[in-house]
Write a new protein. Structure first.
Length: 409
């Protein structure tokens, strides 16, 4: 048993789990609601888990992680932004809208306190309410002190005025407070967040540990989400190494798939949602012991499928569809059974390159399914989001259509 990981207790929402979706924050918040709804409709009685990376180190999440790493006597904070984004999207009560609030530079402590009060109003369990109230009231003031100090120091160094809370989300503040309350047990903190938001699926981290992403490409070293996501990988064969490292070298033995995550994967039909190949898929599938869990899932007769991105991003610039499928299986240590790809019926914006199977590779062990995956509408860009241009997407994958194609195979 690893430090900060309690003996395995199965939450009620996972007692009979039989589907797990691997997703990042941007792709997850867009496709997960439709996926969860269709899974439950097509496979009555199913329980679904959404498993996400904790290697996020971009923007404000990165600031909080850096601040925790510099502080004495503090556990390194894992990347919690993707957990919050997906949980907010899957909330079945008004609390999800509150946790999704991204603050402007004018936001104050009073604004945060006011939203905390509203969040507590959505909790109908006295035990949960007492635990969350204790976490928010005890730890939020300390978190705000740290944020204001960090932002002020950074602004002074750059000769600018501090932007205060601009770009920080309410849900991240709440989840960090719960993380502190549970003495660094992120799974326990996330379990409480699911309960507060009454999520339609159980959102969970792949590991309790804080970790960083590393890559060697074309003779150069890159690390963390912001650097790797901004790479245009035209020659994927020049990615000579991709790996994950525990943020705190003294806690390397804790960096492994959480025992509850292993339980979920071993008994579930696993589906990889659209997302960044390296920072999302790699950030989940490359966590130590994930390949063993997926092999155990295979032995238990469960499928391993994927929903391909509709368009090529920088991460897939030089990938053929066959290489994408093969390398995704390589990250997981298990070949995909099926991959669903867009049928190409809908025209994409002129500056987007469709990513689909050309039908020429007959030896690929994975069965390719085509479906109409382009969904009307786009992901909204938030003016207070420092990474709005990165997170904004011109098209959205129809998670419901993708699931219908996979589950009915």
């Amino acid at each position: 048993m690893h430090q900060y990981e309690l003996p395995l207790t199965i939450p009620e929402a996972l007692e009979d789990v039989n589907y797990v979706v691997f997703a990042g924050g941007t792709g997850g918040k867009n496709v997960a609601p439709g996926m969860v709804e269709s899974i439950k409709e097509l496979d009555s009685g199913s329980q679904v888990a959404i498993m996400t990376t904790t290697g996020d180190k971009g923007s404000k999440t990165g600031n909080r992680r850096l601040a925790s790493e510099m502080a004495e006597n503090e556990l390194p904070l894992p990347g919690i932004g993707d957990i919050r984004a997906i949980a907010s999207a899957l909330s079945t009560n008004g609390a999800g809208a509150l946790t999704g609030i991204r603050f402007s530079s004018e936001a104050s402590r009073h604004d945060v306190e006011s939203i905390n009060e509203k969040l507590l109003g959505y909790i109908d369990s006295s035990e949960l309410s007492g635990r969350v109230e204790s976490a928010l009231y005890e730890h939020t003031p300390k978190i705000l002190d740290s944020i204001f100090e960090y932002e002020s120091t950074q602004a002074t160094a750059q000769g600018e005025s501090s932007k205060g809370l601009k770009g920080y989300t309410m849900g991240n503040l709440a989840l960090e407070a719960l993380f502190s309350h549970h003495n660094g047990d992120l799974m326990a903190a996330t379990t409480d967040l699911n309960a507060v938001l009454k999520t339609s699926a159980f959102v969970m981290p792949v590991t309790n540990a804080a970790y960083d992403l590393k890559m060697e490409y074309d003779g150069q070293f890159y690390q963390n989400e912001d650097e790797i996501d901004n790479l245009t990988i035209q020659e994927p064969e020049k990615v000579t190494a991709f790996w994950l490292e525990a943020t705190d070298p003294m806690r390397t033995d804790e960096f492994t798939v959480h025992s509850l995550a292993k339980y979920v994967v071993k008994r579930s039909h696993a589906i990889v949602a659209p997302g960044s190949f390296w920072t999302t898929h790699g950030g989940i599938l490359s966590v130590p012991e994930m390949s063993h869990a997926l092999q155990a899932s295979k032995a238990n007769g469960n499928k391993f499928d994927a929903i391909a991105n509709i368009a090529k991003g920088r991460d897939l610039g030089g990938f053929s569809f066959e290489k994408y499928v093969t390398d995704l299986g390589g990250l997981a240590g298990r070949a995909l059974d099926h991959v669903v790809t867009d049928d190409g019926v809908d025209a994409l914006p002129e500056d987007m390159v469709p990513f689909k199977y050309d039908g020429n590779s007959k030896d690929m062990p994975t069965r390719v399914i085509t479906a109409r995956l382009v969904k009307n509408g786009t992901s909204a860009a938030d003016a207070n989001d420092p990474l709005a241009s990165h997170r904004f997407t011109k098209i959205v994958t129809d998670g419901s259509a993708a699931v219908r194609a996979l589950v009915t195979v």
